[in-house]
Design a protein around this ligand. Sequence first.
Ligand SMILES: C[S@@+](CC[C@H](N)C(=O)[O-])C[C@H]1O[C@@H](n2cnc3c(N)ncnc32)[C@H](O)[C@@H]1O
Length: 333
Amino acid sequence: MGLSSDMAKPVSEQSVPHVPVLLAEVLEALAPLAGARIVDGTFGAGGYSRALLQAGAAVVAIDRDPRVRPFAAALSAEFPSRFSFVAGAFAELDELAAGPVDGVVLDIGVSSMQLDEAERGFSFMREGPLDMRMAAEGESAADLVNGLDEATLANLLFAYGEERKSRRIAHSIVAARASAPIRTTAELARLIEKAIGRKPGDAHPATRSFQALRIAVNDEFGQLVDGLFASERLLGEGGRLAVVTFHSLEDRIVKRFLDPEKGAPTQSRHLPQVVVEAPRWIDVAKAVKPGAAETARNPRARSAILRAARRSSAPARAANIERLGVPRVRGAA
Ligand SMILES: C[S@@+](CC[C@H](N)C(=O)[O-])C[C@H]1O[C@@H](n2cnc3c(N)ncnc32)[C@H](O)[C@@H]1O
């Protein structure tokens, strides 16, 4: 896959950088001291990494989208001794970076560059191939839309997009693809609008379905859960975790992960007596949302939620998704 014309330009000439969301709040949560080692698991255009480097920290940045490389190259040139970039998925961040580290930040979801590049297929507002793969590998959204059986497709739209009209949409998709495969974002968006209608003032009727497909294509819940447990293993005692999410399904996972009652068993199933485990996370902060000034400046920040905590001295748990409220698609393999 080649670079879009914009990404092929030097970083300084690119027209649409990603505006970092809740930047001041993330920095406050990570409290980067000079010499601190911090992992930025979702590098994007490097907004967080740059601010952390400017505060004196050393940063290992990770991203699975090969198109962020020009942004990483710019920071490598500017901070050669304190910045490094590793291509990969943050689910494996404890294998991609050496621990213990002082901070981990995850800014989940898509970047403005991904949304704005029509040929990536993330946006129903831009005509492009129905792709949605961040890492340019694996099944695309078109593969799911044209390949899943009707019930599984409906369950996916419901579980990952909270789309209440999922059955009607899945039925229309299956009827349409019987004559020809659905290949583009605009085709799918039109089909969904026709299936469930559009109320003036409401979000586009394809919003939830596109979210669901993007989550499935990129295994976003699996990545989030694995990334959280990997952070638990990688952070040293007192190390700080900051996670920014963009919808309630993800936020619920982070909230439960940090909650000692939900995230860690307090009672062994195999022993009669109650086993109280020391919490892995301390100083768990209340959720932080952007203020009116930030959402006016950057509408994409609207649904962001930051959660932060510090790592205790208790040993990391074995990864276990029970209790985290991860949505499941009925019927999927
Ligand atoms: C919202 S953007 C991050 C923006 C960044 N904080 C900034 O200030 O520019 C999310 C980035 O994370 C990457 N990403 C999403 N899921 C990932 C995963 N599981 N592993 C690695 N990178 C991921 C995306 O490719 C995207 O570049």
